[in-house]
Write a protein that binds this ligand. Structure first.
Ligand code: CO
Ligand code: CO
Length: 350
């Protein structure tokens, strides 16, 4: 492969859009008899939360997560940055601080130069340094398809875990990044746009979700629930939060942030299989047909390294949004939590 290797052209599917569809994953997991019930396990995979949590002592728990995928952009260094930011995000989404990481790497050794592989690792290493996370090991194999990611371990206080099940009536729903990375990277993979054309999306995917790194701990108790938006799109992740919390979430469609070119990309038909599978995943619990076709696709757009979705006490929402804006983090109030209206979990207002 030459130096300006177009990484996205070496794989069939890119980024979080390559996740196993949620319905199929649920079916597979339901066929396995897992050991459960250990008292020190505070969060396991059963609630489809972002990470697992194990208690170590009265004031310390470990958050553990793993994320890896195929290339989502063409520049190796940027792919490394995005893969790391995406993997670290699940620790932030639990209210934790990442501490260490292990790398998982599969490379087509015959067709890919060592320089390219090194650039991917450099991108990840620089992003981990920004997150004050040390890489302490990993595993690599020779494989047909390039895949890279991290297993991240972080710290969290056992009483300050943000589960996806904590949303309360009256809470405001805040989203911290625009939607649209799925359709933008689908356009890149088809080579109808360049990385330059989607630089806003790439910058956003590289951005850490460490929204509380520099203060704002005051808001910890106001945040009742959190998750990050990745492969299942805003639709899939908001349904999971509503389901886990046993609440209805009312989304305000016109307040949902998107990148400048997102609607044009969706209209042009730059889609992934996940746009379809995400829609069918949410169709029973979300009133998705109530909005237009492009809005439906926006809600189902699979994000890679997407923003945090926070359920915040009503009285703290405006102050939190101001605080995030001061730190140059986009934060939009996109909905609110209401009492349960079974079986509909998510409704959409214009
Ligand atoms: Co997540
Ligand atoms: Co994940």
């Amino acid at each position: 492969m030459n130096q300006k290797a177009l990484l996205t052209q070496t794989v069939q599917k890119g980024g979080c859009a390559a996740k196993i569809p949620a319905e199929e994953l649920r079916e597979i997991l339901s066929m396995v008899n897992f050991k459960t019930g250990s008292k020190d396990i505070l969060v396991d995979g059963s609630s489809m939360d972002d990470a697992g949590v194990v208690q170590i002592s009265a004031d310390l728990a470990l958050v553990q997560t793993l994320d890896f995928f195929t290339p989502i952009v063409d520049t190796p260094y940027l792919f490394g940055q995005i893969a790391a930011a995406n993997a670290l995000s699940d620790v932030y989404a639990m209210g934790g601080s990442p501490r260490t990481a292990m790398a998982i790497l599969a490379v087509p050794l015959l067709n890919m130069s060592k320089e390219i592989i090194a650039e991917i690792l450099q991108g990840a290493s620089d992003k981990m340094a920004e997150a004050q996370t040390d890489l302490i090991g990993g595993h690599s194999i020779d494989d047909d398809t390039l895949k890279f990611g991290l297993s991240v371990t972080g710290y969290v206080h056992p009483q300050k875990i943000w589960k996806n099940s904590g949303a309360r009536c009256g809470d405001r729903i805040i989203l911290t990044k625009p939607l649209g990375t799925g359709t933008a990277t689908a356009a890149l993979k088809r080579q109808v746009v360049s990385e330059e054309d989607i630089q806003d999306e790439i910058k956003s995917m590289c951005q850490l979700n460490d929204i509380f790194n520099h203060s704002a701990c005051n808001f910890y108790s106001s945040i009742h629930s959190a998750t990050d938006i990745t492969g299942f799109g805003l639709a899939g992740h908001v349904v999971q939060m509503a389901r886990a919390s046993q609440k209805t979430i009312n989304l305000f469609m016109h307040k949902i942030p998107r990148f400048k070119k997102t609607e044009a990309f969706l209209r042009a038909g730059y889609l992934t299989k996940a746009h379809r599978t995400n829609k069918s995943y949410v169709s029973k619990e979300m009133q998705i047909e109530s909005v237009g076709d492009i809005e439906q696709k926006l809600l189902c757009d699979p994000q890679t390294s997407g923003g945090l979705l926070l359920s915040v006490a009503e009285e703290s929402s405006a102050a939190l949004i101001n605080h995030l804006h001061e730190k140059n983090i986009l934060a939009c109030e996109i909905g609110q939590v209401e009492s349960v209206a079974h079986p509909l979990r998510v409704i959409i207002s214009s």
